[in-house]
Design a protein around this ligand. Structure first.
Ligand code: NAD
Length: 487
């Protein structure tokens, strides 16, 4: 049994109590995790506030902040194998994915390391002769970062990287489901040489999250998770008036026209929905396929889905591992049953696998005759693809936009002018054309509607962790003339 500690003010300690962490591939307890409790939240926020105002961090040159972030990126690279193993063990995400993703997480820190000394203010061409006016960009303060269990190292990097580059301090709450990789990350962070309290890493459930996000010293909440939790956070922000960035779920359309490169579209769709066992916010979970190619395309997807290697997440040969929790598996089953009752038909999969662990096979539902089925509107966060066919481009657009989410979309066509029309017409924060699931630290990412607001990645994300201070400097040596006339 492994035991983990949280990280507050540069020290590792136990929480107010401990809770069990389960191995999703067996369902048995493998580690004990620290619950921060209310005391831990308060300690962590106090530590972050002290560090924010302390000269060691507040007075540090941006270039030096960048150097520390570069060092952190190198340390992540050196420890990538261990981090990947822990993420796989605690969340069930397969080792092929965690290894590749964590190597790339280091690139996010490098990108923001490079940006640290490029967050510039501005000089204003002001309309008064004896004034110099300029804008300083200053860090906003203590940031609360909250992440779900899937891809925690990645989802925290897109918050910690820009926040520290801008000079903020952070309290990161790891998900109570699978927090091991972030608690281990804290140990790596500790070696990078940042002042104590600049990053604090705690874990615990909804109560810890709610206390953190409504804490009076927190000025911004960077949240990734589900829409229901986001509503709690926004309501709580009435307490501290913190700003929020919300990266929520999706029901992303994957649109295939009859002129598409079918081989590419098949592979992109299979990875778009079944990678990460479907537990991905950008999962291409609604396949909209042109009627003329529906049978051929579905046959190809079905064949691939049934050939997927399901197995232990720590086996390099595994392509689909277990879901993270029993609850996820029950949700997937419930939604499938409901959708079948609403008229959808099952093409493959549909029931959990027998035996230990939270395994669920790739599942495909044909909803062409059940266009109001729940599986077309509700996020599964599991390996379930819902299919609808369309006749015309206009119908494809209408179906694609028939959702309250607006995170991502994919369009497969070789017709250039159609691709441009689709890019304009689809309401989503990211559009991938003839590709899917590509990400980069250089490219902003985020959604609208039920998928949230704010963008992560790119330059703007670092600017979002700053506030503008307007400075007026009078350049005249003459006394101020009339005290009652505003200038
Ligand atoms: P969740 O909303 O239940 O939990 C996310 C985090 O919020 C956890 O750390 C949890 O402890 C915390 N939390 C729970 N209640 C809280 C409260 N009242 N106040 C503050 N924090 C609270 O989400 P989940 O089920 O763990 O994750 C799945 C969801 O995350 C899906 O909807 C998925 O689409 C979304 N997601 C989005 C992205 C993205 O980038 N857009 C990426 C990954 C996952």
């Amino acid at each position: 049994m492994q035991e983990f500690q949280h990280y507050i003010a540069g020290r590792f300690s136990d929480g107010v109590r401990q809770f069990d962490s389960l191995d999703p591939s067996t369902g048995s307890v493998w580690a004990r995790m620290p619950d921060a409790g209310l005391e831990g939240v308060n300690e962590a926020v106090d530590a972050a506030e002290r560090a924010f105002f302390d000269a060691e961090w507040a007075g540090m040159l941006p270039t030096q902040r960048g150097k520390l972030l570069y060092r952190l990126a190198d340390l992540i690279g050196e420890n990538a194998e261990r981090l990947a193993e822990l993420e796989t063990k605690d969340t069930g995400k397969i080792i092929r994915e965690t290894s590749a993703q964590i190597a790339y997480v280091a690139e996010y820190y490098r990108y923001y390391a490079g940006l640290a000394d490029k967050i510039e203010g501005a000089h204003l061409p002001i309309d008064k002769p004896d004034m110099e006016v300029w804008l300083r960009r200053e860090p906003i303060g203590v940031v609360a970062a909250i992440v779900p269990w899937n891809s925690q190292l990645f989802l925290s990097a897109v918050k910690i990287g820009p926040a520290l580059a801008a000079g903020c301090t952070v309290v990161l709450k790891a998900s109570e489901e699978g927090p091991a990789p972030l608690l281990e990350f804290a140990r790596i962070f500790d070696q990078a040489g940042f002042p104590k309290g600049v990053l604090n890493v705690i874990t615990g459930g909804a109560e810890v999250g709610a206390t953190l996000t409504s804490h009076p010293k927190v000025v911004h909440v960077a949240f990734t998770g589900g829409p229901e939790t986001a509503r709690h956070i926004v309501r709580n922000s009435a307490e501290n008036l913190a700003s929020t960035s919300l990266e929520l779920g999706g029901k992303s359309p994957f649109i295939v026209f009859e002129d598409a490169d079918i081989d590419s579209a098949v592979n992109a769709q299979v990875s778009g929905i079944f990678a990460a066992t479907g537990q991905s916010c950008v999962a291409g979970s609604r396949l909209l396929v042109q009627a003329s190619i529906k049978d051929v395309f579905l046959a190809r997807i079905k064949e691939k889905a049934e050939a997927v290697v399901i197995g232990a997440p720590n086996d390099m040969a595994t392509e689909v591992g277990p879901l993270c929790t029993e609850r996820q598996r029950e949700t997937a089953l419930l939604l499938i049953e409901r959708s079948l009752a609403q008229g959808a038909s099952l093409i493959t999969g549909g029931a959990p696998l027998e035996g230990d662990g939270y395994y669920f096979p790739p599942t495909i539902l044909d909803c062409s005759d059940a266009r109001h089925a729940d599986s077309l509107t509700q996020e599964f966060f599991g390996p379930v693809l819902s299919v609808v066919c369309f006749e015309t481009e206009a119908e494809a657009v209408e179906l694609a936009n028939k959702t309250q989410f607006g995170l991502a979309s994919g369009v497969f066509t070789q017709n250039l002018t159609r691709a441009h029309r689709m890019i304009r017409a689809i309401r989503s924060g990211v559009v991938w054309v003839n590709t899917y699931r590509a990400v980069s630290p250089i490219a902003p990412f985020g959604g609208h509607g039920l998928s949230g607001h704010g963008r992560e990645g790119g330059l703007q994300a670092a600017l979002d962790y700053t506030k503008v201070k307007t400075v007026w400097l009078r350049t005249s040596d003459e006394p101020i003339p009339d005290p009652f006339v505003m200038r």
